[in-house]
Design a protein around this ligand. Structure first.
Ligand SMILES: CC(C)(COP(=O)(O)OP(=O)(O)OC[C@H]1O[C@@H](n2cnc3c(N)ncnc32)[C@H](O)[C@@H]1OP(=O)(O)O)[C@@H](O)C(=O)NCCC(=O)NCCS
Length: 141
């Protein structure tokens, strides 16, 4: 399995993977828009895992100038529990660290105890914060 930056030809695999991994996503995360935006902002931080030519994992990281963030962490159900999610996360963390990010944050839409267990294994801790958000883009909800 190869870990490398996303390429345009990966789109169909990525969209299918996200549909499987994030069935309850809001429409603002529609893959065409989501990927297009990322290609305009730090595209080198959007990584995929490829097995025999097929994308079976993703992580979309970003450096906002203060912290690193990760989104869209997904591994195909057929490939889970083989360490691939961990490899993707460590690769994203290494890129963020290289850029000087002192910390990486992420959000888990509750309840997702499997994701929490996964991130805890990677050294993340649940922090006492109130997560707030506001939709900006028209049609964002
Ligand atoms: C979360 C996800 C990315 C994990 O990917 P993965 O490749 O299976 O993860 P790994 O094999 O690297 O797991 C490493 C460790 O994390 C923990 N872990 C992973 N999946 C777990 C689960 N479903 N339940 C409990 N612990 C889990 C285990 O400790 C595991 O080690 P082990 O297999 O030796 O027990 C994958 O399950 C997924 O895509 N889920 C759907 C999308 C999602 O919820 N993403 C997170 C959104 S915030």
């Amino acid at each position: 399995v190869e870990i490398r930056p996303y390429r345009e030809a990966d789109f169909a695999d990525v969209a299918a993977l996200w549909q499987e991994a994030f069935p309850d996503d809001p429409p603002r995360n529609e893959p065409t828009r989501d990927v297009a935006r990322k290609l305009g902002v730090q595209p080198e931080l959007f990584l995929v895992a490829v097995d025999r030519g097929r994308v079976i994992g993703t992580v979309m990281a970003g450096d906002d100038g203060h912290r690193g963030w990760v989104h869209r962490v997904a591994v195909a159900a057929s490939h889970r529990r083989r360490g691939l999610g961990s490899v993707l996360m460590r690769a994203a963390e290494a890129l963020l660290a290289e850029r000087g990010c002192p910390k990486v944050n992420l959000q888990v839409r509750a309840p997702n105890p499997a994701a929490v267990a996964f991130y805890e294994r990677l050294g993340f801790r649940v922090e006492e914060r109130v997560s707030m958000g506001k939709v900006l883009a028209s049609g964002g909800e």
